[in-house]
Structures are given as C-alpha cells and as structure tokens.
Design a binder for this molecule. Structure first.
Ligand code: PGA
Length: 255
C-alpha cells in the first residue's frame, strides 16, 4: 500500500496536560519505530507552537482545524493563513460539517477558503459528505458533487492539485456508526472520477480520506482499499494508545 494519510482532528478538546502527554509519547514512539504513513496532527491552534517545536519527523505535519476567510484586517478573534504558516502549519481542514452546521459556512464560502489556502501554498483538507436524511434519499453522490462543484466553479484547472478531500458522512461522525466499506469505496470512486473528469488532475493523484467513527476495531476495513488513501480521526485521536495503535496497524501495510 502506498503512503496512507492519517489526520488527527482534536476539535475543541485537550489541554496542556494532554498535549504534553502526546508530545512525550509521540517522541519516544518516533525514536523507536519507523513511520511509513503520513500523520497530520490538528490540535486546537493554541497548542500548535509547542507541538511543532518539540516534534520533528519527516512524516509528521501540523494541521489547523479552521482559518479565517480574510488575509488580514479588522476581524477580531480570527486567525489568518499567514499566521498559521508562521507557526508551521502545512494543512488546513475546511468544510467540516461542524463548521457548516454550527458556523453556517456554505459551499461558496468554503470554496473561497480553499482558493485562498492554495494561493498561499498550503494544503486544504476539504471535508464533504451527506447527512442521514440525504443518505436515506440516496443523495450521497449528489451532495458530494454539489460540494465539489463549488470548488470546480472557481475555474482553475489545477485547483485540486496538492489538496486532500475527506469524505465524512455526517451520520457517521461521532456516532460510532462507521460507514460500510462498500459505501465508502463507491463514494470515493465517484468523487475521484468526477474530479478527474472535470479538472486536469489524474485520478490516481486524487487523495481521499474517510472520516467518521474510525477506531482501532474498524481501521482494518479502510486499509488496502483501492480508493481510500487515508483516514480522518476525531475521537480516536484523543487517546494516545488508540491513536498509536491505529498508526502502528496502518504502518504494517505501508511502504
Ligand atoms: P469521529 O470524528 O472520528 O469522532 O467520528 C471524525 C471527524 O469529525 O473528523
């Protein structure tokens, strides 16, 4: 299996004690084990500096969970792409369903962020996915297509180069109900074909992670699947033992 990408999204969790615990444990794990997968660690932004300064590893990258839609200006409380870049962020998660729902971010707003992140040479991780009602109405492909269309409408042929997509069905996030592997593979294949047909990126270069209740017990389902290039972990990334067991498991199959 080629490089598998594991993103850890801590959301609004953690504190100094947990951060220090992870730093110490990750350092000693990296000292004693070879890492073949790529790890993108996205803690709350306030902890990034500390983690970035203490962990240096070729396959360990820092992600941010969000960014503002302006490059700078009078926007109290916001954080810009350049500020994230300053502290060593490489990847930025956008379009997560929690931001779409709780912060009313729509497809166009997310597409704008996508474009801005690309313009600063950082890598967007674009989350897409349907809710339960849409799934039951067999609209999974339609919803993902609409979310992808907003990016394609930017009319930049290269737009999906150097980006990651995370398919995260909303009904699977934090519910313990992981999506069925056949469903995930079907949607990933659909998204890849749709993007390859409508832009100039080759299908084999499109990277799609799956997210939604991935844990140690079900990670095996997502390894070695043709169209699944990684996983996005929420809950499972908050326990060091679970997190590292997942990485260890994946690394058995990476080269
Ligand atoms: P979960 O979260 O792993 O807790 O389901 C995934 C996500 O929201 O990214």
């Amino acid at each position: 299996m080629k490089k598998f990408i594991i993103t850890a999204n801590w959301k609004l969790h953690g504190n100094n004690v947990l951060v220090c615990h992870f730093i110490n444990k990750l350092k000693s794990y990296f000292d004693t084990n070879q890492i073949f997968s790529k790890i993108i660690f996205a803690p709350p932004v306030i902890y990034i500096n500390n983690i970035k300064n203490q962990i240096q590893h070729n396959n360990f990258f820092i992600g941010a969970q969000n960014v503002d839609i302006h490059f700078s200006g009078a926007f109290t409380g916001e954080i810009s792409i350049d500020m994230l870049k300053d502290i060593g962020v490489t990847y930025i998660i956008i379009g997560h369903s929690e931001r779409r729902i709780f912060h009313h971010e729509n497809n166009e707003y997310i597409a704008k962020k996508f474009q801005m992140i690309k313009s600063k040479n950082l890598i967007p991780i674009l989350c897409v996915g349907e809710n339960l009602q849409e799934k039951n109405l067999k609209q999974s492909e339609l919803i993902c297509r609409n979310q992808i269309d907003a990016i394609l409408q930017l009319q930049e042929e290269d737009i999906f180069q150097n980006s990651i997509i995370a398919y995260e069905p909303i009904w699977a996030i934090g519910t313990g109900q992981t999506a069925d592997i056949k469903h995930v593979n079907r949607i990933h294949k659909f998204i890849k074909c749709y993007i390859a047909d409508n832009s100039n990126i080759k299908l084999k270069d499109i990277i799609i992670q799956y997210g939604g209740s991935v844990n140690f017990n079900n990670i095996q389902n997502f390894i070695n699947s043709e169209h699944i290039n990684g996983v996005l972990l929420g809950t499972a990334s908050l326990s060091f033992e679970t997190f590292i067991n997942i990485i260890h498991n994946i690394d058995q199959y990476c080269y």
